[in-house]
Design a binder for this molecule. Structure first.
Ligand SMILES: *[C@@H]1O[C@H](CO)[C@@H](O)[C@H](O)[C@H]1NC(C)=O
Ligand SMILES: *[C@@H]1O[C@H](CO)[C@@H](O)[C@H](O)[C@H]1NC(C)=O
Length: 408
């Protein structure tokens, strides 16, 4: 495998330029060490300034990761006797829990849910800025980055739901965006996890990825960027590092994708996104992830499967007792789990064909909202998201919360 990688002229160009740009060919992890840290965490930076109550929590996964969770409630006094319904927000790839609080309270879902009386819990998956490391590993260790969305599904989501479950004594509503939906759909095939969930709302739902139209991403897949980075000894993917910024620029020049508008090239044309806010968003995004996660996503694109990580035949046998990685079988998600989905006609990552594939394999018939002009990022950052979809989502949640009236 590695020889074919090195024989590929484009790849070689990428590898060489990496070394040139980064001045010395250091192993990636030595170059990439400036992940930011904010004093005071997510609550202090993005939630409290708007007058909302926000408390930082930490939960530990069964494999030792310490995940930050924020608990947000509205400043508006809840006069009712009704107990607020807990809802967990699961952000996308290269994002963190901050993604739900990027704009004003009447545009951002985290605030909107709190204002509608929900008990809002904000998830932050392993490796992101708001999660707090590991019980025994440091982020300089290669082992610290040895995971993909599979572990986010089976460990992170399990830990978050168990924690909220124990604090609230209630099943939890789950909202996911993009990677947050991949991990949700995988986790919901596991009875012990799905039993903690009341209902789910999936924004830009993804389980299959073989019809993505993002030229930029397809370029990186065809360039075997994942294998190249592996050869360079990189484990952590920090898009804010010089090395990866340079690769992304290379992929634009080397490939034919139109990168004049990088975000559109990656995610699709977003109808309703306020581009004058990009500089502010970039103060928080992108968050780090692992190279193994990228490899797993690229496997999905190349093979059209929704399955566990593919280690190659021999190691698969050791890991899984079979030559191919086991699939996450969507038909195992209980029919009784209420699901709501919103997807877009301009979403270059969550393609309509792939969404139909997901829908076909589910036993239940989710409520579906199709927004023709929405791209991938609109589901999070559209200036009209409340009118276009959050309002609809909240009505769905109210309709399945047992015994909860929609009076407030
Ligand atoms: C919220 O939306 C209203 C109109 O829908 C607008 O007038 C107001 O300025 C917005 N508030 C904030 C804080 O953006
Ligand atoms: C877009 O962002 C700018 C800068 O933050 C802001 O002044 C403007 O009100 C925003 N527009 C909308 C429609 O939210």
């Amino acid at each position: 495998m590695s020889t074919s990688v090195l024989q590929h002229p484009l790849l070689l160009a990428v590898a060489v330029s990496l070394c040139v740009y980064s001045a010395v060919c250091l192993p990636g992890d030595l170059i990439i060490q400036h992940s930011q840290s904010y004093d005071g965490g997510l609550c202090l930076n993005l939630v409290e300034p708007w007058g909302y109550n926000c408390v930082e929590h930490t939960t530990e996964t069964n494999d030792g990761f310490l995940l930050g969770l924020q608990h947000v409630s509205s400043g508006i006094v809840n006069s009712g006797v009704e107990k607020a319904l807990p809802v967990l927000l699961l952000h996308g790839l290269f994002m963190g829990g901050d993604a739900w609080f990027m704009d004003s309270p009447n545009q951002s879902l985290g605030f909107i849910l709190a204002d509608h009386g929900f008990d809002v819990w904000v998830g932050n998956v392993r490796g992101t800025k708001w999660s707090h490391g590991h019980s025994s590993l440091s982020d300089g260790d290669k082992e610290f980055w040895d995971w993909s969305w599979q572990e986010m599904a089976l460990y992170d989501l399990e830990a978050m739901l168990s924690y909220i479950n124990s604090k609230t004594d209630s099943k939890v509503f789950v909202v996911g965006h993009s990677q947050g939906t991949i991990m949700s759909l995988a986790a919901f095939t596991q009875p012990d996890i799905v039993n903690m969930v009341e209902a789910a709302a999936l924004l830009s739902p993804i389980s299959y990825l073989d019809h993505i139209t993002s030229k930029f991403v397809l370029n990186l897949v065809n360039l075997h960027l994942d294998e190249t980075l592996s050869l360079l000894g990189i484990h952590q993917l920090n898009l804010k590092s010089n090395i990866l910024t340079n690769i992304l620029e290379m992929a634009c020049d080397g490939g034919r994708a139109d990168c004049s508008d990088m975000l559109a090239a990656i995610t699709g044309e977003n109808c309703c996104f306020n581009s004058s806010r990009v500089d502010f968003y970039l103060e928080y995004e992108p968050h780090p992830s692992s190279l193994k996660n990228l490899k797993h996503l690229f496997q999905m694109i190349r093979k059209g499967t929704f399955a566990k990580y593919d280690y190659g035949t021999l190691k698969n046998v050791l890991q899984y007792g079979q030559t191919k990685p086991p699939a996450f079988d969507l038909s195992l998600i209980p029919e009784s789990l209420p699901i709501w989905m919103a997807y877009g006609g301009n979403d270059a990552l969550g393609d309509v064909v792939d969404v139909q594939h997901t829908l076909k394999e589910l036993r239940s018939k989710p409520q579906v909202l199709f927004l023709e002009d929405y791209g991938h990022v609109d589901f999070l950052l559209s200036t009209r998201a409340y009118e276009d979809l959050y309002d609809n989502m909240i009505r769905f949640f109210r309709s399945c919360g047992n015994g909860i009236s929609s009076s407030s």
